[in-house]
Ligand binder design. Structure first.
Ligand SMILES: Cc1cc2nc3c(=O)[nH]c(=O)nc-3n(C[C@H](O)[C@H](O)[C@H](O)COP(=O)(O)OP(=O)(O)OC[C@H]3O[C@@H](n4cnc5c(N)ncnc54)[C@H](O)[C@@H]3O)c2cc1C
Length: 401
């Protein structure tokens, strides 16, 4: 049995990139279907710390480049979405904000060095020193000397982000069944349809554009589609979680004597399904912990945390770690990209947001590119065939659940 269906755009991958683009494209009137092969958000998106960055790291490294300027616009843009739909961006008013502020804590050993950096022109007005009387509770109880800075960054709950982005066009999201995809090409080289295996045969889905938004899975799709040049790269991390009922929430980069552009530790706080606070630890700890056995990584985290937070009681806390890869475009020689990338070959576009924060920049690039190709939305075809063949996809659980 071979069935056929036609649409304007097919998206592969239901992380933040695929779901955001589904919203932008559908809002613009295009017919779009999205296939997810596991569960929504279950790649990097739900494992992310949810920090919407303002680009402090790039500013610290010197003058503000174009890319640093892009990221510095992102917190404001996300905040507008959190207040409701804004200039073509999705309405994220249902997304939970975990912390309206993100902080940077330095112990006294590097205070003077840091002051010089923070006094630089590029950072003026973007980072403020917090007066001791205004410290959030957890730092007010600190027993060590240090300085607290408030950044323009903030933290959102990525599970609620995925749920909100998946809600409006839920009927256009399908579970991709296991099996190889067949990319059927015209003589021009463009892919005219994709063959998807189903129980009793195949469905051929004709589309004008195909978007790969599959994070780490982009590489397998690139190979299945026989593309020549776009390649991805991965950056592995070994993230640590600390669970304990009643731990106070904390949202902070800790930098210390080994001052570098990667904080020693980057902490966000979440709540698991049992109501425990979860401190989620990234930064240099996660980068340098790659390949370490779990007991070594946990013990590195324990000694770092007890030295940074000697006033916190970690007795009875549950510590664990897991490895996960960040997936990015490999633009040149394993260089770390600092903006979102949309790479095009034939009528397939491969999307890498680089960071959750930069998803609106990815959407701008995609929509600009689409408008310049003069692709016009076509008439809606009944989705009955698809509904009878493909299951619905669920939202993944957080790594700490
Ligand atoms: C530990 C960690 C912490 C991070 N913290 C932050 C942060 O605080 N702030 C920030 O801005 N960024 C952060 N990031 C980066 C951010 O999470 C990613 O840039 C972003 O989530 C990538 O989104 P995506 O949709 O491209 O990919 P993903 O979220 O990985 O989604 C890809 C989806 O595609 C699906 N898929 C795979 N193969 C196929 C296929 N063949 N067909 C169909 N579907 C497929 C997957 O199942 C998955 O659901 C972090 C990343 C990690 C790993």
């Amino acid at each position: 049995m071979t069935l056929s269906y036609s649409t304007d755009i097919v998206i592969f991958g239901g992380g933040v990139a695929g779901l955001w683009l589904l919203n932008s494209l559908r809002d613009d009137g295009y017919r779009v279907i999205l296939f997810e092969n596991r569960s929504l958000g279950g790649g990097q998106t739900l494992a992310s710390q949810g920090i919407i960055h303002g680009g402090l790291k790039y500013a610290l490294s010197g003058s503000l480049s174009g890319a640093a300027n892009v990221i510095s616009q992102m917190p404001k843009r996300w905040r507008q979405c959190l207040q409701g739909a804004s200039k073509g961006d999705p309405d994220l008013s249902g997304v939970k904000l975990l912390s309206d502020h993100y902080y940077m804590w330095s112990d006294s050993s590097i205070t003077s060095k840091l002051k010089t950096f923070l006094g630089s022109k590029s950072l003026q007005g973007r980072v403020t020193t917090v007066a001791r009387g205004d410290y959030p509770d957890i730092f007010a109880a600190s027993t060590i000397a240090g300085t607290l800075y408030q950044l323009p960054d903030f933290v959102l709950d990525s599970t609620s982000l995925v749920k909100v982005l998946a809600a409006k066009y839920a009927k256009d999201i399908y579970q991709l069944p296991p099996g190889k995809l067949e990319f059927c090409r015209e003589s021009s080289g463009a892919v005219s349809s994709i063959g998807v295996s189903v129980k009793d045969g195949q469905v051929r889905i004709a589309a004008q554009k195909i978007l790969f938004c599959a994070g780490e899975g982009n590489q397998a799709l690139i190979e299945q589609a026989g593309l020549k040049f776009p390649v991805g790269q991965i950056r592995p991390l070994n993230m640590v979680t600390v669970k304990k009922h009643g731990l106070p929430p904390v949202f902070v980069h800790c930098i210390s004597d080994t001052f570098s552009l990667t904080p020693r530790i980057t902490i966000t706080s979440h709540t698991d399904q049992a109501g425990n606070t979860v401190w989620y630890l990234g930064g240099e700890l996660a980068e340098s912990g790659v390949g370490k056995p779990p007991n070594e990584q946990v013990s590195a985290a324990q000694s770092l945390m007890t030295s940074l937070f000697p006033w916190i009681n970690f007795n009875d806390a549950e510590w664990s770690c897991f490895e996960i890869n960040r997936a990015e475009a490999n633009i040149s020689n394993n260089y770390r990209p600092d903006d979102a990338h949309l790479i095009e070959e034939d009528n397939i576009w491969i999307a890498w947001p680089t960071k959750l924060t930069l998803t609106p920049s990815l959407a701008d690039k995609t929509m600009d590119r689409l408008r310049s190709t003069n692709l016009l939305p076509s008439k809606q075809e009944s989705t009955e065939t698809l509904n009878s063949l493909f299951a619905r996809t669920r939202v993944a659980s957080s790594p700490w659940d």
